[in-house]
Write a protein that binds this ligand. Structure first.
Ligand SMILES: [Zn+2]
Length: 202
């Protein structure tokens, strides 16, 4: 579930701006700094925080483009998010980029066995990779787990007017990313029907 959440949260940093356009929460390194700080534990950098610079900013955005390209593939035959449908990274390049990001930080399993608890295997970064690499690799591992896992089949691009979000369906009949998108879509359908009725009247 953590993997699904992280991969999805990175994808939806490209979002509707409320005025018919697209906003980017990661438009600059400052935006990335806030985003990373809020997820430090999941991103494997809580103890050793990275200061997002231009290089990390570029790396995360390039990974996001790869993830969004693979999300567009995952939702087929449904349409992809309209935010970047016209400029998707080729899938081969997206896969190469995702796998290269995962490979930045090799992980090794470690056994722990606390008194009174069953033995547990946890994966840790091998060696001491730089914090920036840990962030990019943690995001890429999350995307890899999500795309190869059961939640991928539940991924959708929200079809509400102006919405550009991807979401994972919580239940079979869920059509929209949020109730507010559902309301907006129903209002739009209603107006559409009214227009057709009036247009069809003599
Ligand atoms: Zn939506």
């Amino acid at each position: 579930m953590t993997a699904t959440r992280l991969a999805l949260e990175l994808a939806v940093t490209l979002r509707h701006d409320g005025h018919g356009g697209v906003a980017d929460d990661l438009a600059g390194p400052e935006g990335l700094a806030v985003w990373v700080r809020e997820r430090a534990a999941l991103l494997d950098c809580a103890d050793d925080p990275a200061v997002p610079d231009e290089a990390l900013h570029t790396a995360v955005r390039e990974l996001r483009a790869a993830i969004r390209s693979l999300f567009a593939r995952a939702v087929r035959p449904g349409p992809p998010s309209s935010a970047d449908a016209h400029r998707l990274l080729p899938e081969e390049e997206a896969l190469r980029r995702l796998n290269a990001a995962v490979a930045l930080v090799p992980m090794t399993p470690r056994l722990s066995w606390d008194p009174g608890a069953p033995p547990a295997v946890r994966h840790h970064p091998a060696g001491s990779p730089p914090p920036a690499d840990r962030i990019v690799a943690a995001l890429a591992r999350a995307a890899l787990a999500f795309l190869a896992g059961p939640d991928r089949a539940l991924l959708r691009a929200c079809p509400a007017p102006r919405c550009v979000r991807y979401f994972v369906k919580d239940h079979a009949r869920q059509e929209w990313c949020t109730p507010s998108c559902g309301n907006r879509a129903r209002v739009a359908r209603h107006h559409e029907r009214r227009r057709e009725e009036q247009g069809g009247a003599p």
